[in-house]
Design a binder for this molecule. Sequence first.
Ligand code: NAP
Length: 492
Amino acid sequence: MRIEFAHPLCFNLIMDSTFKNPHPLLLGGRWKETAQTAEVINPFSGEAVAKVCQAGAADLEEAIAQAGKSRPVLAALASYKRAEILERVSEGIYARREELARAVTSENGKPLVESRAEAERASLTFRIASEEAVRIGGEFIPLDRNRASEGRWGITRRFPAGPVLGITPFNFPLNLVAHKIAPAVAAGNPIILKPASKTPISALLLGGVMMESGLPEGCLSVLPASAKTIGPAVTDARIKVLSFTGSAAVGWGLKKLAFDKKVILELGGNAGVLLDEDCDLKYAAGRAVAGAFSYAGQVCISVQRIYAHRRIYDAFLELFVPKVKALKMGDPMDETVQIGPMIDEDNLERVASWVDEALAAGAKLVAGGKRSGRFYEPTVIVDATPQMKLSCMEVFAPVVTVTPVESFDEGIRAINDSVYGLQAGVFTGSLKRAFQAFEAIEAGGVIINDVPTYRVDHMPYGGVKQSGSGREGIRYAVEEMTEPRLMALNLI
Ligand code: NAP
């Protein structure tokens, strides 16, 4: 496996001369410098690419107070004005998409081609939010269900729930931040956003775009901070919604603390793919490579377990494995590179130990299987058992298992044999079996004739079981971030 270092200096050139270093945080719509700073480390080079001001307890208190103050202002803003703000942000992201993409690659090591796609998606996410902002409707309900209710009518309308606390992970540091801020503003809620400590740069750059959008003051804070510093906001009564994307362990723990708030949890998974005996194998093999190895598998809906019907199992491996071996690892700023570094040493060590453990217990390697500096090779494992960590836990690395199944039903049972249920992929030529999978698979989304990694930003997105609760996808996030209120009319 080749590792190429094509542009050794690119990671130092992500931001133009207007990027302040240390970069201030955004507090209620104003930049603020703080004494405490933290370095952002490029996972490819291991070098610091920027310093970012950190929020302290007083900054958090100020952000919550500002959110409370601006709550009625944003709630009263006409929907077309919220839509205009969101559309301006969408355009602003699009205009600065290359800078944003380079920031993503510099802070999390994602191949530049994928970071560009993320920047374009973030622009789309805000455009969708702009459209949804003017569509938040309600119901007109006849209440004359019994004699006592004759002449009565119900009207429901959705009202903004109140200030949102958004917490986001490192792997999509721009578009997942967009999936917190955009629906919050569409719904009429101020938001405090805590980006992952490893990846605050693109969130702050997005904050800069938001500041040029006409958003009323006080409505947005982007606070790089430790989990400990942000902790009090999780339980603060002035915060009405917690929208968390990250690991299951952290997410479910936070839900316990925020028991009296609306809580949206977008968590991890170990997504499965089922290959039916009549599927288009060549197409499935190509999609499985993309689904398992995009961003080195550090994607919540990354393909982790492939179940292939026994009759096509060998043929699938023959198509799949050479494609995996041909993937190019190297400098993620190089446009031809497909596999960048893992996010950090801890995760490298974890995946290496899980693969070693599986091999020691009888699994076999058909591609990859080694770490190489900050990289883990794209790895394909066969003969894995359901008890191995590679099968039953979230790998979050470029490692996939391929297992034969005797029937479509057995494949569905294997996919469901998981504590997670985010999305699943099913490749089949049969419409009947597509519907069978849709009915039987316990997941938030069943993707027919594509990998579970498929997502477009307006579709309902979220998991069941340990993978989370609630849905994102703008319209659905807006529902989570609003409360329906009933007016019962007595027409006397
Ligand atoms: P993580 O360790 O759970 O961290 C996510 C965020 O939570 C970070 O901002 C982190 O802050 C913060 N955090 C951690 N502990 C906290 C606490 N006690 N109180 C408040 N905030 C806390 O996850 P990650 O490693 O960044 O991301 C990978 C995980 O995210 C994977 O499990 C992946 O599947 C999941 N994910 C899910 C989705 C989805 O939509 N379902 C999408 C992407 C990723 P620090 O950075 O400061 O620690």
